[in-house]
Design a protein around this ligand. Structure first.
Ligand code: ADP
Ligand code: MG
Length: 587
């Protein structure tokens, strides 16, 4: 016999929702800090007991809640942040679903007290695992105080999912850090068991990064600041792993202030780092995307950490392109005019090596590669006196020795530079090869004698129609052949040995998921990088001082010269102050 259907009581409905919204103390903390931020607080104090399991207490100086609204605020689907369906498609606040307080109040001993700015009295309400008390007067300053005690205590089935105090604490700390990074103009304090962990005053993003992640992250960065248009921009910092000794991996991405974890974005960032990242390394970043709220949907999941974009391809290429550009910066070149005059001015048309030794070390270079070898004439130091040398002050200094024929040692005004010769030269060659290839406007392709026919899943049909032209630019000529087949008629010459079936399918899959693909470029770069590797100066090749200086000058003006083609660093610097510290001079 069928079972009768009944309406669930409110407290049970709230507990069901609570499972999604407040999985653990850290997720309750997130809802509460976000509420304080939405209430325009400029000061937020977070106090935890036992990593948030025993208590989470938040005090803010925000707008507060009216007496009549206090009881409403802890009901389900009650919010001051949206009121119509139109609002739902242009969310400007962190909250909007009206289920945070209701969920938390149904699974804890909960207390909320609040006083609206300029009102004389404050009020408070309690909820004992969903059993709500009357609103009564309370004495407090402007703003709101919320206490969440014994989360899930009377609900053993959920409480058993909570981990140790240490684990819950570290989740809370991570949530706090994410939010604090995104709102540098808010003063925050963060305590656990009475111990102050953070006090963060209104400060710059870089200063806040330093206070949270340490100096390493506020000194070894690539700055990102790119405005596509009034509706789309990105700012923040990316980090090359070989320059941060920190073992933790920082991957923070925000959209309109909200922390998100999204696979389109992760893929775009990975593409931005391609060619400079060791395959075992993870990219590190703290990035803020600003976008017209009409162009994204944040209402994908109750936790709001996933998003959908109106134009995925545009966002993807904006992010990856911006990062690629930032990571390709040259090593700092001294702004001194003389330096440029001496070294760079006519470099463009004078890459002709006069050094037989170097020619001999590039037996595999064909004619088109010959002009990628080094012009040591330009860097002949005999013509420069010591005074101008110190005035010129190039960032990688002047060569003094070739250590065991492996490392170039160079002296700068303030220390010692050590260069891995092979790694650096490999990068210089690769960038030159890439430049040559880019100068040819399209990529040369070659018709196949026997066209290749591939079976394709139906989902890729539309992708092929949309992206046919862009594949042509890469040298691929493809066409649909009936319902579920694809014909490849021509392929890029440079890739003539690749597995085209696999390559084309991989490209199409990326295009359909992210609206953008870097696979062909990556493949091409791999081939060029093999050529560069084989032609670069090897360990044990001996070099003269002018040859080494030529490499240093070349590095300074080569994109991505900080890393070799495999993502390893090409040079390090030891400053005089570091040396002095080692020898305890001046102590
Ligand atoms: P949402 O944030 O999605 O609107 P919540 O359940 O988290 O839903 O909060 C309900 C309402 O309570 C909010 O819309 C807001 O008006 C009010 N509120 C919650 N926390 C605060 C606070 N710290 N300061 C002022 N108002 C608050
Ligand atoms: Mg909320």
């Amino acid at each position: 016999m069928a079972t009768r259907i009944k309406q669930l009581p409110d407290y049970l409905v709230n507990r069901i929702a609570a499972g999604e919204v407040v999985e653990r103390p850290a997720s309750a903390l997130k809802e509460l800090i976000e509420n304080s931020i939405d209430a325009k607080a400029t000061k937020i104090i977070v106090e935890l007991l036992e990593g948030g399991i025993k208590q989470i207490k938040i005090s803010d100086n925000g707008e507060g809640i009216f007496q009549d609204d206090i009881a409403i605020a802890i009901n389900r689907h009650t919010t001051s942040k949206i009121s119509s369906e139109d609002d739902l498609y242009q969310i400007k606040t962190l909250g909007f679903r009206g289920e945070g307080l209701a969920s938390i109040a149904s699974v804890s001993r909960f207390m909320l007290s609040s006083k609206v700015t300029d009102y004389n009295h404050g009020y408070k309400i309690n909820s004992n695992f969903g059993i709500v008390s009357e609103v009564i007067p309370a004495a407090l300053n402007d703003g709101t105080i919320i206490e969440v005690n014994d989360l899930y205590h009377s609900i053993p089935a959920r409480k058993k999912f909570l981990k140790t105090e240490t684990t819950e604490y570290s989740h809370c700390k991570a949530i706090f850090e994410r939010l604090a990074l995104s709102y540098c103009d808010i003063f925050f304090e963060f305590y656990n068991n009475g111990k102050m962990i953070y006090r963060l005053s209104n400060e710059t993003l870089l200063k806040r990064i330093e206070n949270i992640f340490g100096e390493n992250y506020s000194s070894n960065y690539f700055e990102i600041n790119e405005i596509s248009n009034k509706e789309l921009s990105i700012s923040g910092y990316v980090y090359h792993p070989s320059y941060s000794s920190n073992s933790k991996i920082i991957q923070h991405f925000y959209i309109n202030g909200r922390f998100v974890k999204d696979r389109v974005i992760q893929n775009a960032i990975k593409q931005g780092f391609s060619g400079v990242l060791h395959h075992e390394h993870q990219p590190q970043y703290i990035l803020f995307l600003k976008i017209n709220p009409l162009d994204i949907d944040v209402n994908v999941h109750p936790s709001k950490s996933e998003v959908r974009f109106k134009d995925t391809g545009q966002i993807h290429s904006f992010i990856s392109g911006t990062i690629r550009k930032a990571l390709s910066q040259n090593i700092y070149i001294s702004p001194t005019k003389d330096y440029k005059d001496v070294y760079i001015a006519d470099k463009k048309d004078s890459y002709v090596s006069s050094y037989d030794t170097l020619k001999r070390s590039f037996p595999k270079l064909n004619d088109s590669l010959a002009n990628t070898s080094l012009d040591t004439n330009l860097f002949n130091l005999d013509n420069i006196d010591n005074e101008s040398k110190s005035e010129i002050n190039p960032s990688l200094g002047f060569a003094i020795a070739h250590l065991l024929n492996i490392y170039i040692l160079a002296q700068t005004n303030d220390g010692l530079i050590i260069v891995d010769t092979h790694a650096a030269h490999e990068r210089i060659l690769l960038e030159k090869l890439k430049q040559q290839l880019e100068q040819a406007s399209t990529i040369a392709s070659q018709q196949l004698l026997l066209p290749i026919i591939i079976n394709i899943p139906e989902v890729l049909h539309e992708t092929i129609l949309i992206h046919k032209e862009s594949l042509l630019v890469f040298g691929f000529e493809i066409d649909l052949l009936g319902e579920n087949q694809l014909i490849i008629r021509a392929v890029p010459i440079l890739l003539s040995n690749a597995n085209f079936e696999k390559l084309v399918l991989a490209v199409l899959n990326e295009l359909s998921q992210y609206g953008n693909s870097n696979i062909i470029m990556e493949h091409r770069e791999k081939i060029l990088s093999t050529i560069a590797c084989h032609n670069a100066i090897r360990a044990n090749d001996s070099l003269s001082i002018p040859e080494m200086n030529a490499i240093l000058r070349d590095m300074e003006i080569t994109q991505r010269a900080n890393y070799c083609n495999h993502g390893r660093p090409t040079w390090f610097k030891i400053t005089m102050s570091e040396l002095n510290a080692m020898f305890m001079r001046g102590k």
